[in-house]
Structure formats: C-alpha cells, structure tokens
Design a protein around this ligand. Structure first.
Ligand SMILES: Cc1cc2nc3c(=O)[nH]c(=O)nc-3n(C[C@H](O)[C@H](O)[C@H](O)COP(=O)(O)OP(=O)(O)OC[C@H]3O[C@@H](n4cnc5c(N)ncnc54)[C@H](O)[C@@H]3O)c2cc1C
Length: 817
C-alpha cells in the first residue's frame, strides 16, 4: 500500500465511537500523526446499533464530568467539523417510585448543578404537563435533566472521524491489528496484514473485543482485561398517530423517560417509541453457552429474546398507555461489554509501559466524547484534568478471574439503575481473598465488605441484630450497624480494640540508591531508620497522586505501605520509572496487619510481646521481636487516633496473635468504626479526600510538603509557584448540623447563594458527639467559624468551619501517651 503509515505517535485499535473520539482529541491537542485501525467499517462493533441515549445523570462525579463534556461536545461538533447530525437534546424525566429514590435524585441534582447542569426536581403533575401521555399517579417525584437526549451513534462517530482526518490523523478501515511487539526502548510495533506500524503508544479501544486484544500485551506485563459481554435489547414500536400529531403541534420530541425502579428507558423514536430494559434475568454471551467470542461479529446482532424483557415492556406500556396501541416493529439485540462494576476502563494499561485502555463501555455513546478527552490527556499530558480513578483500569487487580467478571457483570447489568447505598455491599463476586483470621472474624459476627478483593470486617453484629441486605437499603446513618459502631468506638476509646487491616498494599524498593529514588518522587521528608512517616507523592502539577507510610531500612531498602485499593496504582508510580539496579516488588500477600488500639493497648500488649519496647514513641518502628510467641513487627501508629500499634506478621502467625489478644479481652472493631474515628482525627482517605482533583497544598498537607528539599521531585516547581501565588481551594473540617444521613461524596458546600466547595468525606463522630465533614472550600473562606450549608440528599444543613486541627484530641496527647 503506497501510503500505508509505517510510523505513528499513537496507534488506536478500534474504530467505534470511543476510538474515534480518542483520535479526534489527540489531533485537537496537536498530535495529528496518529493512526486508528478498524478491522471492519467504523462503528462495526457495538456503536452502530446503540440506541444513542446521551444522559448526563450519574452519581459518580467523574462519570458525570465525562458525560457532561460529551453533551457539550456533541452540541457543537456538527458545526465545528461541518458534519450535520441528529442530536436531540429533548431533556429527560427520571421517575422516582420511593422516597429513597427521590433522595438519590436530589443528590445527583446537587452534583449536577455544581457542574453547571440545570437539573431539577419536579412534582409528578409538572412532569405530566411536560409529557401528557405519562401515567404519574404512583410517582414520588421526578428529576428533569434538560441536557439529556439522543444522538445518532454512527453520525457522531463519522463526525469525530472527519474532524480527526481534517486535522491530519489517519484512519485505516478494514485493517485489523493482528498483534503487538514491544521494542527494547518500550515503544511498540503494531502488526497488521497490510504492514507494521511503529509507534510510541498503543490504545486498546476494541470494545467488546478488548479482552482478546489485551492478551497480546501479556508478554509485556499485561493481564487479562477484566470484562464480560452481555446481550442487551431494545424494542422499537410502530409509529403512533397521536405522537405524530403531538410532535407536529409542538415541533418537538418528547423527553426521554427512565423508569429506573422498574429498570428501563423509554424514548420517542420517530413517531413511535424505543423501549430499552435492563432485565434482572439477564444473559451473558460468549460465555454461559460455551461459545467463544467469534473472530468477527461486525454489524451482527443476536435474534430477539422478547420473553426475557416482556414483563418490563408490559410495565412501560402501563406507564405510557399509548404505547400499547402500537405493535412492535423491531427488536435490536446486540453485544454490550461490562467491566465488573459497569464502568469503563480508561487509563494506563496495568503493568505495561506506553499502553493504554479506553474500552469496555456500557454507555459508550454518552461517555465517548469525554472518554476521548480523558485518554488524550493521559497520553499527551501524563495525567487528566479530572480525577478519573472511578474508571482507572488499575482499580482491578489479580482477583478478577472469569467467574468473578461474569457474576459481577450480570449483577451490575441486572441492577443498572439500582441505588448504591452507603452501607450496602453487593453480594456477587465475594470471598475472593480471605485473611487467615477470616473464620475468627465470622465467629465474632463480622459483616464483611470487599476491599480490592479482600474481605474485611465492616462491623460486628451481635446475636439477633439485623444483618439482612434489605436493612442496608437506606441512605440513613441509623441502620443496624450504628449501635455496633458506637460500642466498637467506645471499646477503642476507653479500652482496647483490634481490627485486621487485611490487604494493605506493600511495596519494597531495593537496590543501590533505593532511598534516593523514593526521595526523588515524594514532596515529603523520608523518616530516619526505625521511624515511620507519611509521604505524599505529587504528579507534575503538584496534585495528590498517593499517600504511603514509609519506612527506610537503609540507603538501599525502603518499605511502603499503602491503601488496599491502591495496590497496582501505587506500584506503577515506582515501577514505571525505576532506575537500573533498583527493584520494585509487591509483598502484599506476605504480611497481615492487625491494628491494636485504645488507651489499654500498652497494658494488654505488654505481657504478650518479647523484644519490643512499648515505651518507644509514636511513629516508631520495631522490626524484631514477637507477639504471642509469633515473630511480628510493631509500628506505633493508629488510624483511629488512640494509643496503638499495628502488628505486622506473616499470615500464618496471625491466628495465634488474635487468640491471645481476644483472650486478653480486646474487642474486635470494623472499618465503619475506623472511618468515623479517622474523620474525627482529620485523617484523609485515598481517592476520597486525597485525589488528583487537589494539589498537596490545597489538600492542607503543608507540613508534609518540603518546598526547600534539595532533591527535585515531580510537581516541585508547580507547588513552589502555588505557594507564592496562594492556593485556590483549601482543606476544611466542618461540623455539620447532624441529620439522618451523612453528607455524601461531592455534596456541594454553599456559602450564601454560591457553591464554594464540596464534601470529600463525612461521618458521625461518636467520641466528639459531632457530625463531621472533611472537604474543600474556596481559600478565602477557611477561617474557623465561617458558616456554610451542605446539601445532604436535598436538605441544606448548616456547617461551621473548624480550626485546622483534629476535632478529637487536637494535641495528639492520646496517641502519644
Ligand atoms: C442494544 C444496545 C443499545 C445501546 N444503547 C446505548 C445508548 O443508548 N447510549 C450509550 O451510551 N450506549 C449504548 N450502548 C452501548 C454502546 O453501544 C457502547 O458502549 C459503545 O458503542 C462502545 O463503543 P466503543 O467504541 O468502545 O466500542 P465498539 O463500538 O464496539 O468499537 C470497537 C471497535 O473495535 C474494532 N476492533 C476490534 N478488534 C479489532 C482489531 N483487532 N483491529 C482493529 N479493530 C478492531 C471493532 O470492529 C469495533 O468497531 C448500547 C449497546 C447496545 C448493545
């Protein structure tokens, strides 16, 4: 082929809406020497048959950002690239059947308004005025989103392709990628039947083929892409004269309806309807039947399976009775990929240098615009404008085997519109990883949650307490767990408690200059040997990448302990840039951690330890010694903010240690109690309070930021400039007027008529007797005593800024005792 490109900066594999949007956004950033490979025609995967709905609604801040961006892009794209397309921003009505649902909508509305989307709540009567054919008698409320609508998926893909081509990017259709080879310098060769393309970066945008394409990266450190494929259907009805008449009279299209409690969307399509159920009795494809994914399924569909969705379709016809007057003209049944949580994979490919994923989209039309922007930022800028952890491929680690992906994918699809309550744990895909204490925790009444696949105790139920899943279907704080949290906090405050922090991620950096290497990446000062401290790792813009506990064991060895969920994310901060001669190894599975904390912890531990000096001060590390006759290290820290030690020992040693502590009367406590106590201490949590949405200085981490450190580190110049200029936002602790619920993540903080910040975490503090939120507000409003209001599920609660110190034990007397 004469003009076959043998060289490109980026090769994108897959020409659906997402791959094409990636190419367009790379070109927009000036990276025009990029190539997209599509094995068939553009849109041949899931894109061509999608219904094309483009909502902005989400209860995830990151997803809402992406979807909002898509609507803004799609509204201007036709003019920008001179490719007119059918994009109807009809608005949508989301129907609530219960008060809990109204609260969910209120929360999304509050977030939406913060993002500049004009969402609002309506009464059923107001909705009926907008949608005369709608049955509203049984509704509790309606959310109206004016920016919602539908677009022709093929047209938007072609428009993005036209825009990209006109900027100089290339699209090769009918040119499947057949494999990849990584070069010694970590660049790539992408193979096709028409020739090889050498490139700096590769993007897997292969939609439901992403797992197959992902296999090519395994020799270079990759893993099996965590995904599965569902069959998803929508029903098109015949045209209905009344709809035609209404459209002619009003000159418009009816708003899109989402009856989320029944689980379907319902949209005007020409003069009929498009009804799309997410049925609980759903079907995974290319799996249960034993069929492997075919070599090519381009532009194909499965045959109809009306039986699976007929109850939901029948329900929709009661909601809009006019629909019952029409026959079904067509059913579309196509493949839709699912990651276990139903969110896409957007970001660096875990374990592989210079490779990215932008795949496994269940709402790729709605998210495609935003996903292209995010991917282009990852590649060109090395990071994204908005924190995108919610969709980062590294959120999944080694536990996502096939059975897990299928079970979770089906669960997520069958509950596509379900409410995600703060104390609810989804039942599928559990028990992937147990600590050696698991049976003891079960015996003690533990109610578990999954943390990076590990089962951890959230709270401990007593005989007769309600542990049903139904009891967790509430936004309220006051469920059966609340009494348990109170008594667990009480035990830790006045006696001694123990909590297995199973699955703490552990990274060891070893080799000549290991300490200098870690030092070159952190803004913090590293501790002396025998001490532990927190270190913060910024990105090049000074934003918070991660926080780890650091122990320096000499110039050539540093140990890092970090959040369970951060395992693959944090490992890559080090392994991606490790110099020759230094190794980065993951020891997560080799050590178990038990936090023993409370004013009596020293007295209880004293007779059990040998070789450890319990009078050593706070933040000291004692590596050699035993606890209950078992070799164990002690680190004098407590995330609960009481006197305490973390016991670190081999998993096999832990049962004996637990038994000895239990015999000494130590009370087990869980993650919910720990969360309440850490918020009282103002201790931040990763990807809640600590994210790339904030710089280290905005995050109030000044005492961990050494601007005068002799070493350079990422973001140092940016942080120095910020320190000069002053931060835009700042970390604040708020005492909130306690209501029935805790303020959710990203609850807007109001000052007068203006939104000036957001809550990043919130809990009732049982030691202080106060409801406390950690958050970020405009920097000029940080003075203690400043009055705010926080929007908690639609209700404004007064809140007062607190002094910049922990609300519990502000001088740390208890922890230093
Ligand atoms: C019935 C149905 C209705 C839907 N309705 C909506 C909706 O209303 N709104 C919404 O947002 N989403 C909807 N979706 C989901 C949406 O279709 C997908 O999320 C979206 O199309 C995914 O886009 P993509 O670019 O990631 O993947 P795809 O469109 O699947 O594109 C991937 C491309 O990669 C190509 N490819 C694969 N392997 C190779 C290779 N080796 N070399 C080169 N090319 C390769 C494929 O041919 C394909 O064209 C619906 C899905 C279904 C099934």
């Amino acid at each position: 082929m004469a003009d076959f490109p043998t060289q490109a900066r980026v090769v994108i594999i897959g020409g659906g809406v997402v791959g094409t949007s990636t190419l367009y956004h790379l070109a927009k950033k000036g990276w025009t020497d990029c190539v997209l490979l599509e094995k068939n025609e553009l849109t041949a995967g899931s894109t061509w048959h999608a219904a094309g709905n483009v909502p902005t609604f989400s209860t995830s801040w990151a997803i809402m950002n992406m979807q909002r961006y898509s609507t803004e892009l799609y509204a201007r794209l036709g003019d920008e690239v001179d490719y007119p397309m059918n994009y109807h921003q009809t608005g949508s009505l989301r129907l609530a059947h219960s008060q809990e649902r109204v609260q969910e909508f209120e929360r999304a509305c509050a977030m939406g308004r913060y993002q500049g989307i004009d969402m609002k709540m309506m009464t059923p009567d107001e909705a009926k005025e907008m949608y005369p054919f709608l049955e509203t008698h049984d509704l509790a409320g309606v959310l109206y989103d004016p920016s919602d609508g539908d677009i022709d998926p093929a047209q938007v893909t072609q428009a993005l392709a036209k825009g990209a081509r006109e900027m100089g990017a290339q699209i090769l259709r009918f040119c499947p990628a057949t494999g990849v080879t990584q070069q010694d310098d970590d660049t790539w060769i992408v193979h096709t039947d028409k020739g090889d393309i050498a490139c700096d970066y590769v993007v897997n945008a292969a939609g439901y083929y992403a797992q197959r394409v992902g296999e090519w990266f395994k020799p270079y450190g990759g893993r099996t892409v965590p995904m599965m494929v569902m069959s998803h259907q929508y029903v098109l009805t015949d045209e209905i004269p009344e709809i035609e008449a209404w459209s002619k009279e009003t000159g418009g299209k009816l708003p899109l309806i989402r009856d989320v409690d029944v689980s379907y969307y319902f949209r005007q399509e020409k003069h009929g309807f498009n009804i799309g159920p997410y049925e609980p009795n759903c079907k995974a494809e290319w799996d249960e039947s034993g069929d492997a994914i075919p070599e090519d399924f381009s532009f194909q569909l499965w045959s109809d399976d009306l039986e699976r969705i007929e109850d939901i379709v029948a329900d929709s016809m009661e909601r809009v009775p006019l629909a019952a007057s029409a026959g079904i003209s067509r059913i579309i049944n196509g493949p839709i990929p699912y990651a276990p949580d139903g969110l896409p994979l957007i970001g660096p490919m875990p374990g592989v240098k210079n490779a990215f994923e932008n795949c496994v989209f269940t709402f790729g039309i709605a998210q495609g615009g935003g996903a292209g922007k995010v991917m282009a930022e990852w590649i060109v800028d090395g990071g994204t404008e908005w924190d995108m952890w919610a969709v980062d491929p590294r959120r999944y680690t080694d536990y996502t085997d096939h059975a897990y992906c299928v079970a979770k994918g089906k669960e997520t699809y069958g509950h596509e519109y379900a409410m995600h309550f703060p104390h609810h744990e989804w039942p599928e895909g559990r028990d992937k990883k147990h600590s050696t204490l698991h049976s003891r925790l079960v015996d003690a009444g533990a109610q578990f949650g999954a943390y990076n696949g590990w089962e951890r105790a959230n709270w401990f139920a007593r005989e007769g307490e309600d542990t049903s899943e139904a009891a967790t279907q509430t936004w309220d704080r006051n469920g059966p767990w609340e009494a348990a949290i109170e008594r667990e906090v009480e035990a830790v405050t006045n006696g001694c408690g123990m909590l297995p922090i199973t699955g703490f991620s552990r990274i060891k950096i070893e080799g000549p200059g290991a300490k200098d290497f870690v030092d070159s990446l952190t803004a913090s000062r590293l501790p002396a040997p025998g001490r532990v401290s927190l270190a913060y790792f910024p990105d090049s813009r000074g934003r918070i990448l991660t926080e780890t506990s650091v122990m320096v064991h000499g110039d050539d060895e540093v140990g890092l302990i970090t959040a369970a969920t951060a395992q693959w994310h944090d490992r890559e901060i080090f392994s991606r840039q490790v110099p020759e001669g230094i190794t980065v190894t993951d020891h997560t599975d080799e050590v178990e951690c038990l936090l023993v904390t409370g004013p009596k912890s020293r007295d209880i531990l004293a007779p059990l330890v040998d070789g450890h000096d319990l009078s050593q001060p706070w933040l000291s590390v004692s590596l050699n010694g035993t606890v209950a006759g078992q070799e164990a290290a002690l680190i004098r820290v407590s995330f609960a903010g009481e006197l305490g030690w973390e016991i670190h020992a081999a998993p096999d040693a832990m049962p004996a240690i637990w038994d000895a502590l239990a015999d000494a009367g130590v009370t087990p406590f869980g993650m919910y109690a720990l969360n309440s106590m850490r918020i009282e201490k103002g201790y931040r949590a990763w990807k809640g309070d600590l994210s790339t949405d904030y710089t280290l200085l905005e995050g109030g981490l000044d005492r961990f930021v050494k601007l005068d450190k002799p070493q350079d580190y990422p973001g140092k110049a940016a942080l120095q400039a910020e320190a000069q200029r002053g931060r835009k936002k700042g970390f604040v602790t708020l005492e909130i007027e306690p209501g029935e619920q805790d303020a959710p993540y990203m609850a807007p903080i109001w000052h007068g008529d203006e939104i000036v910040g957001e809550v990043t975490s919130c809990a009732m503090g049982y030691r202080t007797g106060k409801c406390i939120a950690l958050g970020m507000v405009r920097a000029d409003l940080l003075a203690p005593g400043t009055q705010f209001e926080v929007d908690v599920y639609g209700k404004r609660h007064t809140a007062t800024a607190q002094p910049d110190q922990p609300m519990w034990d502000p001088k740390n007397d208890r922890i230093r005792a």
